[in-house]
Design a protein around this ligand. Sequence first.
Ligand SMILES: Cc1cc2nc3c(=O)[nH]c(=O)nc-3n(C[C@H](O)[C@H](O)[C@H](O)COP(=O)(O)OP(=O)(O)OC[C@H]3O[C@@H](n4cnc5c(N)ncnc54)[C@H](O)[C@@H]3O)c2cc1C
Length: 254
Amino acid sequence: MKRFSIATVSEVSHITPNMIRVTLLADMIKAFPAYCAGGHVKLVIPPINQDIKQFQKFLGGFNIRNQMRTYTIRHINMQSGEIDIDFVAHGDSGPASAWAMTAKRGDFIGISPPGGPKLKVSSSNQYLIAVDMTAFPAAAASVEKLPKDAQGDFYTEILSPDDIQPINAPSGIKLHWVLKDPSGANPSLIETVKALKLRGDESVFVAGEYTPIGELRTYFRSEKAYPKDQLYISSYWKQGLIESEHKRVKTLVA
Ligand SMILES: Cc1cc2nc3c(=O)[nH]c(=O)nc-3n(C[C@H](O)[C@H](O)[C@H](O)COP(=O)(O)OP(=O)(O)OC[C@H]3O[C@@H](n4cnc5c(N)ncnc54)[C@H](O)[C@@H]3O)c2cc1C
């Protein structure tokens, strides 16, 4: 089990209609690796009505799994000991989204040490990124660290036209926004990616909901025969399943 500390909320901002940025402050963050933006942490969401003393005890116990969720470090400020976490606000059916939607300065949450970023460095300096909003923070933070002369295309599926957000990408990385369209009238993220003329030497970063990501994994691995060391393809959540159930399904098909 990971070591958890308590972080407190120092700021909350609604960066787009469907994304909430929560800035977390903790001494532990000052010791995170400087390069960890784009990596992930485990958050433990406090059960409703627990005060900080009760939560401290809860964090040391064995019942935390149901409250534990995975989120990306979008930015880190090591001097102040703060990280930004960008939560997709998908309603109150899950503890993490529900917590973020009502988070305010002074609230607390459990936080683990980070795991590393995933974008594979490309020997050709060419990149193809295709993500939904849950994986946008990981992809954006990784792209912001690429060499200035990196080239490629970065596709993000958004829930509303107002979910477009600026990032500090190298000028050769073109940003594209694919509006999710339940009617099917506009091309989906999968259709958009499959219609691309691929070079073959790109480093590929694909992440988001389980079903489309599974389809794109098959596409890149089997149909296009990309070598594994050019691919980061990962399912970040599954419609209808909470995180621990999704993780179990992922392990079964891995
Ligand atoms: C490495 C990694 C990094 C991640 N980084 C981020 C991040 O930075 N920001 C972020 O928002 N997410 C991120 N995720 C995804 C996030 O962990 C899941 O969306 C998680 O399930 C949310 O927890 P919850 O408590 O809100 O919902 P859960 O309790 O896990 O699920 C409750 C219900 O909500 C549904 N649900 C879960 N997520 C979504 C969603 N996005 N849209 C619609 N329905 C949903 C589930 O299918 C389920 O029916 C990341 C996942 C991984 C593996």
